[in-house]
Design a protein around this ligand. Sequence first.
Ligand SMILES: *[C@@H]1O[C@H](CO)[C@@H](O)[C@H](O)[C@H]1NC(C)=O
Ligand SMILES: *[C@@H]1O[C@H](CO)[C@@H](O)[C@H](O)[C@H]1NC(C)=O
Ligand SMILES: *[C@@H]1O[C@H](CO)[C@@H](O)[C@H](O)[C@H]1NC(C)=O
Ligand SMILES: *[C@@H]1O[C@H](CO)[C@@H](O)[C@H](O)[C@H]1NC(C)=O
Length: 373
Amino acid sequence: MVSKTLLKSHNEKRSRTRSAHTGSKKMSPFFAAIFLLGLCLANAVNFKTVYQWDKFDYVWPTGGDISIGQMKQNFKPEDVDLQYMAVFGERLFLSLRIKSGIPATLVSLPTSGMSTAPPKLAPFPSWDLHKLDKCDTIQRAYGMEVDADGRLWVLDNGSGNCNSKLWIFDLLNNDTTERVHKFPDIIVSYSTAAWMHDIALDKTSDDYLAYITDSFSEHIIVYSRKTDKSWSVETPERKWQYLALSPNRESLYLIGSIGSKELYSVSVPELKNGGGRAAVKFIGEFSRGPFRMLIDNANILYAAFYGQNYISKWNISQPFREQRFHEIEDYGADRPLTFALDTNGTLWMTERSGFYSEKRHKLLKAAVGARSQ
Ligand SMILES: *[C@@H]1O[C@H](CO)[C@@H](O)[C@H](O)[C@H]1NC(C)=O
Ligand SMILES: *[C@@H]1O[C@H](CO)[C@@H](O)[C@H](O)[C@H]1NC(C)=O
Ligand SMILES: *[C@@H]1O[C@H](CO)[C@@H](O)[C@H](O)[C@H]1NC(C)=O
Ligand SMILES: *[C@@H]1O[C@H](CO)[C@@H](O)[C@H](O)[C@H]1NC(C)=O
């Protein structure tokens, strides 16, 4: 299937159309059209549909337990609100916004299936870790990423009395919980407010660091796997919601409050020394406020926007310039999609169309970035 990919902004397309007509008077409209089509297809990214869901369902636990029956009864498929995604090997992981009818905030599914029926959502790593009445379980999963050694890092905001945590699962060792880091009070101001959103992993020569946004405080949180410690780097007068790390691991790109269009960056070395401050730099302004960003290994930053049915891109090696990358079949949902990159340079994306009980979802994939050969 060839997707409706629009590579250039409308303005740019208009000006190119103009020059195609005025610049070459001899070119007939027919050839001009072919010329334009060629330009588009040369750069087109083909998204392939992997699955399509009319309705989500969970892989329910077995047994005749009353609480299982209750959970099934309470489940509202239309309340499934996909937030963040990560992919490793043959599995895809999704974090779901918690509502009363949603029994597990972190699920996995296979990246390909034998049958034509779309897969059910399997609570990850088990139903046991999704009992909301206990603080040592996963409360509200948000940002996630898989590291190069097959570990899934999941940011759990916590809820009510349960503090925010960072979970690390070993996907190559039966999905065992390798680490649960509880962010201490001196880092996260639980007494006032906290909302942990997004995470980006940085593999250094001898460690893995995680950069984390907490949208209620003027800082960036850093966690070191080696020392199992987290620290806070102040960014006076600026709070952050979403982030993406450059492939050379020198710049962290940041979006502030919900709906903010302004893109900033901070120098990664400034984040590494604990307890300091970091200077932020204004990079440019998007057409709309992004709710998700990531950068592939060819330095292309992808951004998706609140209430918009398109994804934009920007080559971070060049001055800021937003270009249209892809349009989805959305009918105006608030956050109509989510995306993730796997280690093979495949961009995985879910998109939602329709409202309420008519909501449908698709999983798509496309090759992006610089691949070997
Ligand atoms: C990436 O490629 C490897 C080797 O071909 C394959 O084993 C792996 O499953 C692929 N990963 C994904 C997410 O498709
Ligand atoms: C995030 O967690 C904090 C406590 O750790 C809680 O006060 C806040 O309500 C949570 N926010 C959301 C959106 O879950
Ligand atoms: C995973 O668990 C199974 C069953 O408990 C066990 O047989 C297997 O050895 C474990 N694999 C690893 C890599 O630990
Ligand atoms: C990004 O920009 C750099 C510098 O202009 C260029 O060399 C590179 O080819 C561009 N990357 C892509 C994927 O277009």
